[in-house]
Design a protein around this ligand. Structure first.
Ligand code: NAD
Length: 461
């Protein structure tokens, strides 16, 4: 283990953070004496949770609405670059108490946190802002809840972990897909041991988002540029799997990676040619448009394979460009059966399978009703009616329910800071593997060996 020179992180105007180290991806940082391990961390219970929101574009305004729908919550501040977004969000919340709005400058969110002193800060901005905003929020005394991915460099992920360990503040990446009906049921089936020992998973984010390219000029919903204005640039700035966590988060929790049973070890990665974004730019935008002057260097389809410490494999794919219906794969293979998504299908081994050579059918479609009856996760059964309209088929509301419940009871969160870091680390590590012709890249052990002491996520009632 080597200590490297300090660098300044100043990815946002007016900010300067120290305490980051340049590391090779496989290295593990040494910990200072004032840092504690945050896996299983319990904060003091907060009965009335005060929250501030940074970024109320597509995602942040939905978090604010969901947060406010639960008892024991108060929104104290909302910040965005654009006045209209702040004002619209505040008025849509119909809050009895006044909510302070901040807009117009890059770093007003710092002022907001200092003035409103929230217990928690929800960060739903573009990816490059996540790390500095999460770190500063924790340093100013708030727990940080950060949209996906947690950050997109190994240095930023270490910076977040060090800040969380130093400040003893939670930093949870808000992976909502872990709260989907199918994902919760698969977790339940895996925990019951019904598919035996887990050996392999498949995860993906295959979502044709080409239409976001119009959001630079045609704007999203309130006269200001939408997600595509910053996200499109990522396809020219970075290579590899740029959005790994929706597919990987659930599979990692089925396998209890970074939680006692196993951990992330290494990854190999390759990408297809890059075609779709260039063709899209050429077809729909003027020659002089920014999109026609970017080099979309990232391959359209990225395929990686992760191997865990104990040899399990996970195939993980990413494609936000090619014409194809949405899928996250969501496959988990065990020694006694398999579960998969898009559409939901399950298969359990039997004597019959073992004694005849043939093609065995999935249980799917209408035949799944008995499976749902038996194995739907208790959280889903308890909450699905209340959260159905919360976003993404109800998963957003179930996630927010758990965030609030854990904070109010002072319980560990369902996703700890290390899990967010491992799941997000696929982006920089896949890039490094591609750059080296597909050579394996080791995951840093963000837990510094402590994953062996962290309990697997149970089936919460
Ligand atoms: N979990 C999910 O299902 C899901 C879905 C969509 C987006 N996301 C994630 O949510 C995040 C936001 O995505 P989005 O689609 O809402 O993007 P968006 O562009 O609609 O919203 C981002 C907002 O952040 C604001 N912002 C940027 N810099 C700021 C600053 N310095 N201070 C204050 N506000 C600032 C922008 O003005 C904008 O309104 C991204 O990380 C994205 O990956 C997650």
């Amino acid at each position: 283990m080597k200590r490297r020179k300090f660098i300044n992180q100043a990815s946002i105007a007016g900010l300067s953070f120290t305490g980051f180290h340049l590391l090779n991806s496989c290295e593990t940082e040494t910990k200072n004496n004032n840092q504690i391990y945050m896996g299983g961390f319990k904060a003091n219970p907060i009965s009335e949770i005060k929250a501030a929101f940074v970024g109320v574009g597509d995602r942040g305004r939905s978090h604010a609405r969901n947060f406010k729908s639960f008892k024991g919550t108060e929104i104290v501040g909302i910040c965005d670059l654009y006045e209209a977004r702040v004002k619209e969000t505040i008025s849509s919340l119909n809050s009895e108490k006044s909510i302070k709005g901040y807009w117009g400058k890059d770093n007003l969110w710092i002022e907001m946190i200092k003035e409103t002193k929230p217990d928690v800060v929800f960060i739903s901005t573009n990816w490059d802002n996540h790390a500095p905003m999460a770190i500063k929020s924790m340093e100013l005394g708030s727990h940080a809840f950060v949209e996906v991915p947690l950050a997109n460099t190994i240095e930023d992920l270490w910076g977040i972990i060090n800040a969380s360990e130093k400040t003893r503040k939670h930093c949870m990446m808000l992976e909502n897909v872990n709260y989907g009906r199918e994902e919760l049921m698969f977790l339940n089936i895996c925990r019951k041991g019904l598919i035996g020992d887990l050996i392999h998973g498949e995860a993906s984010y295959i979502h044709d988002l080409r239409a976001q390219m119009f959001q630079k000029d045609e704007t999203s919903f309130d006269g200001h540029p939408g997600t595509g204005s910053w996200r499109t640039k990522q396809y020219s700035k970075n290579i590899g799997n740029l959005y790994p966590t929706h597919g990987l988060g659930p599979v990692a929790q089925y396998m209890s990676l970074a939680r006692k049973e196993d951990n992330f070890n290494k990854i190999v990665s390759l990408s297809s040619p890059s075609k779709g974004r260039y063709l899209m730019a050429k077809k729909y935008f003027d020659k002089s448009h920014e999109w026609n002057n970017l080099e979309f260097k990232n391959g359209d389809i990225n395929t990686s394979i992760i191997q865990t410490t104990y040899g399990k494999t996970i195939m993980i794919q990413w494609d936000e460009t090619s014409p194809r219906p949405y899928t996250r794969h969501n496959l988990i293979q065990g020694t006694m059966g398999a579960l998969t998504g898009f559409p939901t299908r399950v298969f359990f081994d039997s004597e019959e399978n073992q004694n005849s050579i043939g093609y065995f059918p999935w249980i799917e479609g209408k035949d799944l009703s008995e499976i749902y009856e038996k194995y739907d996760h208790p959280l889903y059964k308890k909450l699905n009616k209340k959260t159905a309209d919360s976003g993404h088929g109800g998963m957003d509301g179930i996630m927010m329910y758990r965030v609030i419940e854990c904070l109010q009871k002072g319980e560990p969160l369902d996703q700890n800071v290390y899990e967010g870091a491992f799941w997000s680390a696929v982006t920089p590590l896949s890039a490094k593997s591609i750059d080296s012709g597909g050579n394996p890249q080791n995951f840093p052990d963000f837990t510094r060996g402590k994953w062996k002491e962290t309990e697997p996520l149970g089936i919460v009632l």
